[in-house]
Write a protein that binds this ligand. Structure first.
Ligand code: GLC
Length: 461
């Protein structure tokens, strides 16, 4: 079964190294039965040996990774460290920040069985598709070498995401959850002691403060969140749905047409069109980075975003440095809050011609030392259990207990090798509703009908 859609455009730039690898192979496979056998074969063998021995002494790895510019800079600094320690050379191919764009480049390269990238970072929701498309190398054989064991990780995550048929095909570089960022200075200026626990509280605080703040800053909004038509909207919809008592699945089947989901989607639409605390560009352009920047420029009271935004808000030059709080996302009265589980996992390409070196790099990035650095510098939450037992981490990481609690209750998007197709249906209809083209009932009806067709096609009963 092919789980891949038609992809257009690549983000990984074709590179000289791929060509030279291909031509090396050509030398190795040259047919000796042709004329001029002796001399040419000898020369070819010598050349092949020279190339092979050269590639042994100076193997070059390609690592594809994306994110906000500061995040990729950080990956590069880790790679420098790895190169200095091992003498191996790594070529980092920078990918964009949006998850779909990152995926397009990888799907093209892996689908075409190119030897690059050797190692890459995958969104948690792609892993199942990549495994079932046979694009990932099994890792069990390497574990002893890197001193890594799946038991070092939160088992509920590695076992449900990275394992298939008894083999592990990926490991988490870091995990992610949706949280609420808020302006501590504004809440206290307007007399609110705590961040909102319920959506009703959030609405009350945001409506009043937005009205007052707009006198000074016409660009000010009460609440910014991801509503553009892309994967991030599936994550926010899941959070609103769960925190209204709904969800995406019932009895193991995808079932979005629930009354609680209707209330949740209506509330999302109302935030924009009725209450006016979320801007109209929520459904046209708001992805992670647009949302983070709006808040970081001082133009919002509340922000829904992933963990990475915390450190960036505190950097020099941020208009909100020292004025940001972090809380669990609200819920509707009488329900529990919910955060979508996100995160990025490392995998080695099945077609890599430098698998052993790729594993050395993966083991380095997954080591406790590097995982601690990721958490301290960028606020990326490790999936290794020992990181949270470490006294240094307990002393230095903000909100560590709160975050552990949020992670422990995080909800996963449905895991399916054809998740992409399901996600696109959800994105399209949820976005139509946010844009005011349909009401929540119609959007969810259509979503459910189309999802059932997708399921019938990919997983006929
Ligand atoms: C974050 C999450 C990822 C999610 C994406 C959606 O990067 O870590 O899992 O799919 O946002 O935009």
């Amino acid at each position: 079964m092919n789980f891949t859609q038609t992809w257009s455009g690549s983000n990984g730039h074709p590179r000289q190294r791929s060509r030279s690898r291909a031509s090396r192979r050509h030398v190795r496979l040259a047919n000796p039965n042709k004329a001029l056998f002796n001399l040419k074969l000898l020369l070819a063998l010598l050349l092949a040996l020279a190339v092979l021995s050269c590639s042994k002494t100076a193997p070059r790895l390609t690592f594809w990774v994306g994110g906000a510019p500061q995040e990729v800079d950080f990956w590069e600094s880790l790679i420098d460290d790895f190169e200095n320690r091992t003498g191996l050379k790594v070529e980092v191919i920078r990918q964009p920040s949006a998850t779909e764009q990152r995926k397009q480049g990888l799907v093209l390269a892996l689908g075409a069985r190119q030897p690059d990238p050797d190692l890459f970072v995958m969104d948690i929701v792609w892993v199942s598709q990549f495994i079932r498309s046979d694009w990932l190398s099994p890792l069990n054989g390497y574990f002893d070498e890197g001193g890594l064991r799946p038991a070092d990780y939160f088992e509920n995550i590695v076992d449900s995401v990275d394992r298939y048929d008894g083999q592990y095909f990926a490991l988490p570089a870091f995990l992610d959850v949706g949280v609420l960022y808020y302006r501590t200075d504004l809440l206290s200026r307007y007399g609110f002691k705590d961040p909102p626990a319920t959506w009703e509280d959030l609405l009350r605080q945001a409506v009043g403060i937005q009205q007052a703040e707009r006198r000074r800053n016409p660009n000010f909004n009460g609440f910014v969140w991801q509503g553009a038509q892309y994967e991030g909207l599936v994550c926010t919809l899941l959070e609103f749905a769960r925190s209204h008592g709904g969800g995406f699945q019932r009895n193991g089947r995808l079932d979005l047409n629930q009354g609680e989901n209707r209330a949740a989607l209506t509330f999302m639409q109302d935030l924009i069109h009725k209450h006016g605390i979320s801007p109209a560009n929520t459904y046209t352009e708001m992805r992670e980075e647009e949302v983070r920047q709006a808040f970081q420029r001082g133009n919002a009271l509340f922000e829904r975003n992933w963990l990475y935004a915390w450190r960036l808000h505190q950097r020099d030059g941020s208009a909100v440095q020292g004025k940001v709080g972090l809380a669990a996302l609200p819920h509707t009265a009488g329900r529990a809050g919910a955060a979508t589980l996100g995160g990025w996992h490392l995998g080695i390409s099945k077609h890599s011609d430098a698998k052993a070196q790729a594993w050395r790099l993966a083991a380095f990035l997954l080591s406790k030392e590097v995982q601690k650095k990721m958490l301290l510098r960028l606020g990326w939450y490790s999936c290794r259990k020992d990181v949270y037992r470490d006294p240094e981490m307990r002393a230095k990481v903000d909100h560590i207990d709160l975050l552990q609690n949020i992670v422990a209750h995080a909800v996963s998007r449905p895991s399916r090798p054809y998740y992409d197709q399901v996600s696109r249906v959800i994105q399209r209809h949820a976005n139509d509703c946010l844009a005011g083209k349909t009401d929540a009932r119609t959007a969810l009806d259509r979503m459910q009908q189309e999802i059932e067709q997708v399921e019938k096609y990919y997983a006929p009963q």
